[in-house]
Design a protein around this ligand. Structure first.
Ligand code: IPM
Ligand code: SF4
Length: 477
């Protein structure tokens, strides 16, 4: 390459370089400009108070977008027009967000609003999330928006305050990691199974300090909703963000969405966005590759998302752990989960199924669950919670709600719900829940509750079978 030619750059580097207001020096992080700041009720009260205490205005109300999701009820409002909250704290949080957004002029999609929903579902749905943007939110699953070729990551509450006040953020430049996914996913194997397999391979710390880029033929073949499932869980392997290069699938998804550029402006944006993908010859700090065709439906058996196995596999035996520390951690996980070393995962008893969360609550996820439940009955408590009011409307227009109700499942209002159990939707101590969410930490879905993470099809199969089941073998259910 001649010295005058520009260095090939990765997708991450292009987005980072375009947003650096002040470069990083030895002891000071870079100042990074933020294009889109998403806000929800849990991580904003102190941040808005910080502004109020200093008498500062919100720097860019037009680049700040609010919704409520974590603490919101998923049962419809009563005949008196009132929502029934899980507890007083949940209601207070929601009220604070309403007041703060009104006081600071933030567009808020609150309860009952046709665009309300989980923050990581509504950003893309409204076309607010776009390629090449920097997107932040006081929420670790902000990585979801990376599916559009945005640099999107979670920030802490004090940083939320900085962004509200300045539209900028102090950031150290992360390293880069490319996850190259060869081949094609087999029928019955989904993006959720792929990301669980990637995390199982790399470990919960495998991406620490890095921004991941998912690339390769298997990724190109995925729709936007599936790509979001993948990017969403990047944080579960410690990655700062998880990006996917924008392509025609991305542009088609965005065309006509209310907050996307319209008409000639859209065409101009697409022309710009086409320059974002990683250049041939660009260097990553680390590269891994995985064969999509070899994957099976996955399910977690432990208390972190890397503790996963094919659904046809078995719970590992701590006696075979490579060292004492690994053995102790395995033993701890199995004790909490009440599972025996070597036991088959198929047939493991399940008490509750949760289909929802920012990982798997979009229309294609619900279609998958409905495909499995259609004409069948669930054997246990099954909650289906759409990711947004828009997903709920579309699902109902297709009659998916009927399929779920006829099967005996509960069809709820949009929100985070049982993913985090902040709104009163929870499992009981000792119960097993096959969940399409992203975290199986101890007590995540309710104190003492045991979570097994899986895809919508695997979760629906468990609901119908009353136990862990293989979604590719519906004929035996
Ligand atoms: C409540 C919020 C701060 C939290 C997050 O950061 O991700 C939640 O969304 C989660 O999934 O654990
Ligand atoms: S659905 Fe779950 S993971 Fe997603 S933002 Fe809500 S609580 Fe966090």
């Amino acid at each position: 390459m001649s010295p005058t030619q520009p260095q090939p750059r990765t997708l991450f580097e292009k987005v980072w370089d375009a947003h650096v207001v002040k470069p990083e020096t030895g002891d000071t992080p870079a100042v990074l400009y933020v294009d889109l700041h998403l806000v929800h009720e849990v991580t904003t009260p102190q941040a808005f108070s910080l502004l109020a205490a200093r008498g500062l205005p919100l720097r860019r109300p037009d680049r700040t977008l609010g919704t409520m999701d974590h603490s919101t009820p998923t049962t419809p409002r009563g005949a008196d027009g009132r929502w029934v909250y899980g507890d007083a704290q949940a209601e207070a949080q929601v009220q604070r967000l309403v007041e703060n957004c009104r006081a600071f002029g933030v567009e808020l999609h609150g309860l009952g609003d046709p665009a309300q929903g989980i923050v990581h579902v509504i950003g893309p749905e409204l076309g607010a999330t776009q390629p090449g943007m920097t997107v932040v939110c006081g929420d670790s699953h902000t990585a979801t928006h990376g599916a559009f070729g945005a640099l999107a990551f979670g920030i802490g509450t004090s940083e939320v305050g900085h962004v509200l006040a300045t539209q900028c953020l102090l950031q150290r430049r992360p390293k880069t990691l490319r996850v190259h996914v060869e081949g094609r996913l087999a029928p019955g194997v989904s993006a959720k199974d792929l990301i669980l397999a990637v995390i199982a391979k790399l470990g919960v710390g495998g991406g620490t300090g890095h921004v991941a880029e998912y690339a390769g033929p298997a990724i190109r073949a995925l729709g936007m909703d599936e790509r979001m499932t993948l990017s969403n869980m990047s944080i579960e392997m410690g990655a700062r963000a998880g990006m996917i290069a924008p392509d025609d699938t991305t542009f088609q998804y965005l065309a006509g969405r209310p907050k996307a550029p319209q008409g000639a402006a859209f065409d101009a944006a697409v022309a710009r966005w086409r320059g974002l993908p990683t250049d041939a010859g660009a260097r990553f700090d680390r590269e891994v590759s995985i064969d999509a065709a070899a994957l099976e439906p996955m399910i977690t058996w432990g208390t972190n998302p890397a503790q996963a196995a094919p659904v046809t596999g078995a719970v590992p035996d701590p006696a075979q752990a490579p060292d004492a520390a690994a053995r102790a951690s395995l033993e701890g996980a199995l004790r909490y989960m009440g599972l025996r070393p070597g036991q088959a995962l198929l047939g493991q008893k399940v008490d509750v199924v949760f289909i929802g969360s920012c990982t798997n609550s979009r229309l294609p996820d619900l279609r998958e669950a409905a495909r499995v439940m259609r004409g069948r009955k669930v054997k246990l408590r099954t909650l289906v919670v759409p990711g947004s009011a828009a997903v709920k409307r579309q699902a109902e227009a297709e009659g998916l709600d009927r399929v779920f109700r006829d099967a005996g499942a509960e069809w709820r209002e949009p929100g985070c719900s049982m993913c985090i159990a902040m709104n009163g939707d929870r499992i009981e101590r000792g119960q097993y829940c096959v969940s399409t969410s992203n975290r199986n930490f101890e007590g995540r879905q309710g104190a003492g509750g045991r979570t097994l993470l899986a895809s919508p099809a695997t979760a629906a199969a468990a609901a119908v079978a009353g136990a862990v089941a293989d979604p590719r073998r519906l004929e035996v259910l």
